[in-house]
Design a protein around this ligand. Sequence first.
Ligand code: GTP
Ligand code: ZN
Length: 358
Amino acid sequence: MGFAPDITERLARARADLRMGVPVVLDGGAVVLAAETLDAARLADVLALGGSAMLAITGRRAQTLKARVYDGDIARIVLPPDATLSWVRAVADPADDLRAPMKGPLQTARDGSADMHRAAIVMVKAARLLPAAVVLLLDDAAGFALRNNLTIVPADAALDTGLSPLNPIISARLPLDVSEAGRLHIFRPDDGAEEHYAVEIGKPDRSVPVLSRLHSACFTGDLLGSLKCDCGPQLRGALTQMGTEGAGVLLYLNQEGRGIGLANKMRAYSLQDQGFDTVEANHRLGFEDDERDFRIGAEILKRMGFGAVRLLTNNPAKVARMDACGVRVIERVPLKVGGNAHNHAYLATKAAKSGHLL
Ligand SMILES: Nc1nc2c(ncn2[C@@H]2O[C@H](COP(=O)(O)OP(=O)(O)OP(=O)(O)O)[C@@H](O)[C@H]2O)c(=O)[nH]1
Ligand SMILES: [Zn+2]
């Protein structure tokens, strides 16, 4: 035992650093700066170091930019020696793609390993930033980190996709309008990431499948009454059904925007205003359609003693993911509420491209 932070804690620090624009060092041998929070002074510092700095982007973003992809899920775009901050931003952020389509020619690196660049993308995604990072390989990464007082993490730890333990913190009675027998449970992951919540209605019998909903946070729909999606009515509809049946469990998972964070979701909305649908918008930003980690929901259900559920959802992929994570879905209970003129196209896209059932 020592006072020094362990690897999980250093990774949490690294995410916070990246969000502030502070570089992070990978001890496999690279310095990483998030493209979104990069400033001109640090870009100049990186370029002054010489070497072959790259802008790591995802394969999805590279496809939009018509850049070649040699590393599968990611591409290493060579940073020109005279690269400006606005060039980095334009490659990373699709906001102005239509107004200024030509960023290139973009040169993609082909030789050498992409491990550091892949780890950088995983870290900036986990920090809920745009999935793009400036990466410069270093010979003496440990010395560089020490001299500059930077957080250093092993690249393979950044790439580790193991699920962090979720610890129950507190639960308390919470009378709700749908049921006076409500209870709110708070779960906190070990890795410093977002907390998640479980709303338990009544006293569900753990020996029979429980009526359950895995609700992904939607600030705009759940709180503001946005008409662009169906989340608010789904949240209230699920709770109402649990209240009527007298028992149920609703997980409120803080995976805003299907796991890309609220700022990126608003970037996606801005692209939708330019004519792209919800899936295309995610891809143009460099994300997959759905970046949520459903193991979190399954883990919380199991921790609460629920091994089998009747799942309120229109998304068959959610059913499959729960089954794969060891929570048996005995029945899919449709939750078709909240359709309106504004979200008609959104729901139709999810049905056509993401397999949702209308
Ligand atoms: N990235 C992105 N996220 C969105 C968009 N609209 C809503 N969301 C998020 O999508 C999540 C809800 O996912 P949905 O795809 O609507 O539904 P689902 O959870 O897969 O399926 P259901 O169980 O039937 O609701 C919430 O986290 C919302 O914040 C969008 O246009 N782009
Ligand atoms: Zn929503």
